[in-house]
Design a protein. Structure first.
Length: 132
């Protein structure tokens, strides 16, 4: 899940203890939000500034109507921070890793909410030295 750090950063989520992931206005990204289940893990990715995976979150409330939407069929989820990455993983590193060449972050980089396969999740954790 991506956010520009000047809009909503990992540090802000940690300070808040819980946050609403809203404002998604792309149908594919919305559908990825809707596919998330309670207690699923998600990476927090700083886009535009940093372009790196900075932390791990957990879905603490499954999709519900996005409170920021004035019209349309949009969804949001609530997330809670689990832990920062032991070492942040840059987009450049992800693109350079052969095992991650099919990752949505590589193939559909502009999409704000993307699926991550279990193998991709494990590889990112391994690259960062992060343990869950």
């Amino acid at each position: 899940m991506k956010s520009e750090p000047y809009v909503y950063s990992w540090d802000k989520l940690v300070a808040d203890g819980r946050g609403t992931w809203d404002g998604v206005r792309n149908f594919t990204a919305r559908n990825h939000l809707r596919a998330m289940q309670l207690d699923d893990y998600a990476f927090f990715y700083h886009s535009n500034e940093g372009k790196e995976i900075v932390g791990i979150m957990k879905i603490v409330r499954e999709h519900f109507p996005d409170p920021t939407a004035k019209a349309g069929d949009w969804s949001a989820v609530e997330v809670a921070p689990i832990k920062p990455m032991a070492r942040k993983i840059s987009l450049k590193e992800v693109k350079a890793e052969p095992e991650l060449q099919d990752m949505a972050l590589v193939k559909r980089a502009r999409l704000s909410v993307q699926p991550v396969t279990p193998a991709e999740f494990k590889k990112i954790l391994e690259m960062s030295g992060t343990k869950l």
